[in-house]
Ligand binder design. Structure first.
Ligand code: GRF
Length: 191
């Protein structure tokens, strides 16, 4: 059984979706969720689903404590599902090509520091884009710049609000993030 560890800062709807998907099968389990936001919605979701969820602070994130704890759990993949801090270089060295992020736009557009959540969808709307989507990518030391694994598009209509765009993007996230992670896990097995 493969092991996933998730880092999440927000509501955790993607974390929940991943737990539901993998725990219905035999390929992998979400063994732990870590959050840098104590009041994040992800805690209640994890609790309901019986997955341990733990808070950490910036010190533990930077001084190697959290990294050592995660290494002890021996995850096959470290999954960022709405996690907002830049991953330090020692983490990337410790998990080469094993940290995967999902971004709610078509990178390289609408990525980088400060581009998260509704800010992304507002920017897409303000620019008059006719399409947006999701990007699933490996994490490197720069925000949203690691190698792209998968993208999927959805149309943006002139009358769409940012909230409506968010809804379409979330639907893509729920449909594709578990499947793509599952494919990555199977590929790693073959190597
Ligand atoms: C998602 O849109 C994800 O793409 C992004 O942050 C959002 C997290 O939403 N990076 P949730 O916490 O999974 O509900």
């Amino acid at each position: 059984m493969k092991k996933l560890v998730i880092l999440a800062s927000g509501s955790g709807s993607n974390a929940e979706n991943l737990i539901r998907y993998f725990h219905a099968g035999e390929q992998a389990r979400v063994v732990k969720i870590y959050s840098n936001v104590e009041e994040a919605g992800v805690f209640a979701r994890a609790d309901r689903l019986g997955v341990p969820c733990e808070a950490f602070n910036r010190n533990d994130f930077r001084n190697g404590k959290l990294l050592s704890r995660i290494l002890e759990e021996e995850p096959d993949l470290l999954v960022l599902a709405g996690f907002l801090w830049l991953i330090p270089a020692d983490w990337i060295a410790a998990f080469p090509n094993r940290i995967v992020n999902i971004h709610p736009a078509l990178l390289p557009k609408y990525g980088g520091k400060g581009m998260y959540g509704m800010r992304v969808h507002e920017a897409v709307r303000a620019a008059g884009e006719t399409e947006t989507g999701i990007t699933i990518h490996y994490v490197n030391a720069a925000y949203d710049e690691g190698a792209i694994i998968f993208q999927e598009k959805t149309p943006v209509l002139p009358e769409d609000s940012a909230a409506e765009i968010a809804e379409k993007v979330h639907a893509l996230e729920y449909a594709f993030f578990p499947k793509i992670l599952s494919e990555i896990l199977s590929e790693k097995e073959r190597r």
